[in-house]
Design a protein around this ligand. Structure first.
Ligand code: ATP
Length: 289
């Protein structure tokens, strides 16, 4: 058996570039992993099938589970005869914009590769992951990266300078598909920020990182759920250096380099929101061990 961590991500940017002929949106986004992770046990069994068990009651454990799909793809691609048992200790809020399901899938790809000594390249694992979901390749790499295409083309970039992340998730689930459906490309009224973010990361300029935060899905989710906008405004008022909604939401995060300020924001938010987390960025591979 092997136990692996499946970390959550936050979006530092999310630019929607256009709509593709295959129905997906063309995006450009910077994502970075954070120290909030599911724990996943993966074991080989004598049975031939795949069994998934998850501590979160409302997450499906059948073929709809992205971790299940990852195991099924590995079985097919590498002719794995044994059964696979997966246990997910769910700590990442579900349907929150933090990529929990995609991260679980990537963790299972990596775990099976290690467990069976397959030595599959990262590129090949990421290509397999792209068949499960657009965010899975990012999690195969981890760290900090620009994701392009529908999210599956990954270019690692330097991690942000060390900082604290306060996450707050309002008590509602947001479907990414619904948000993209409601997005009107001609109504986007903010400029893309990915290039500026990559520049800030290359220069390790924390103030510029905060200035370059941007998410074109924010306005859509705010219009569907006005309480998410209120939460963002509240976090700004509490003195965070940078505040943004992650993915399609509803989780909003604040960045600060001062632990005392991070604690103050966390405590202040607890009065309004049950799900509040204070974590570090994992940032890059060197910090992940
Ligand atoms: P996305 O942006 O892809 O919707 P998210 O981070 O907002 O992702 P997830 O936590 O990945 O949200 O869950 C989205 C949905 O995927 C859930 O409603 C759940 O039913 C389904 N799902 C499938 N597998 C998993 C998994 N391993 N963990 C969590 N949810 C899963």
């Amino acid at each position: 058996m092997i136990t692996v961590k499946a970390p959550a991500k936050i979006n530092l940017t999310l630019d929607v570039i256009g709509k593709r002929e295959d129905g997906y949106h063309e995006v450009e986004m910077v994502m970075t992993t954070i120290d909030l992770a599911d724990r996943i046990d993966v074991a080989l069994t004598d049975q031939s099938g795949i069994a998934v068990d998850c501590t979160a009651a409302y997450v499906p454990t059948d073929a709809r589970n992205l971790a299940y799909q990852a195991a099924a793809l590995m079985k097919e691609a590498y002719g794995i005869r044994q059964g696979i048992a997966i246990r997910i200790d769910k700590r990442i809020p579900v349907a929150a914009g933090l990529g929990g399901g995609s991260s679980d899938a990537a963790a299972v790809l990596r775990a099976l590769d290690a467990l069976l000594g397959l030595n599959v390249s990262r590129e090949e694992l990421a290509a397999l992951g792209a068949r499960i979901g657009s965010d899975v390749p990012f999690f195969v790499y981890g760290g900090t990266a620009v994701a392009r295409g529908r999210g599956e083309r990954i270019e690692p970039v330097p991690a942000p300078p060390p900082c604290w992340v306060v996450l707050a998730k309002p008590p509602l689930a947001v479907s990414t598909a619904d948000v993209y459906r409601a997005l009107r490309l001609d109504a986007i009224d903010q400029p893309p920020t990915t290039a500026a973010m990559v520049d800030a990361l290359n220069r390790q300029d924390f103030a510029a990182v905060c200035r370059s935060l941007g998410n074109m899905l924010e306005a859509v989710t705010f219009s569907l759920h006005p309480e998410v906008r209120k939460l963002k405004e509240r976090m700004q008022a509490f003195g965070a250096e940078g505040v943004l909604m992650s993915g399609s939401g509803p989780t909003v995060f604040a960045l600060t380099q001062q632990l005392s300020r991070a604690r103050r924001i966390t405590n202040a938010l607890r009065g309004f929101c049950r799900d509040v987390y204070l974590v570090r960025l994992l940032g890059d591979e060197r910090q992940r061990a």
